[in-house]
Design a protein around this ligand. Structure first.
Ligand SMILES: [Zn+2]
Length: 107
């Protein structure tokens, strides 16, 4: 099983592609595809058609999934793109931590 390095609720930055440099919050992770949907990033425009009489069609922006390898975690403490490490605390619980500022996050 593929362990994703990002989780729902994480803030990430896009490393490559047309959305390079954009930051956003992870809305959904798709571990099977190793992809994530990031708020406000990789927006695809969808045209919706009215399905019922009286409904208006329109354009909606919807995020498309981005490959996880193009995303890097942004530390909420030091606000830098960073690698996240894992460590075991004295009580046996595992936490993730920022390799830049050492801030720990719940796993
Ligand atoms: Zn940090």
């Amino acid at each position: 099983m593929n362990k994703m390095h990002i989780k729902k609720g994480d803030t990430v930055v896009v490393l490559s592609g047309k959305d390079k440099g954009k930051k956003g919050k992870v809305l959904t992770v798709l571990p099977k595809q190793n992809k994530a949907i990031v708020e406000g990033v990789a927006l695809a425009t969808k045209h919706t058609k009215p399905r019922k009489q009286g409904e208006t069609g329109g354009i909606v922006n919807q995020e498309i999934a981005i490959h996880a390898c193009k995303l890097m975690h942004v530390c909420t403490k030091c606000n830098k793109p960073t690698r996240i490490g894992r460590k075991v605390l004295d009580d046996g619980s595992i936490v993730r931590y920022c390799k830049k500022c050492n801030e720990t996050f719940a796993d």
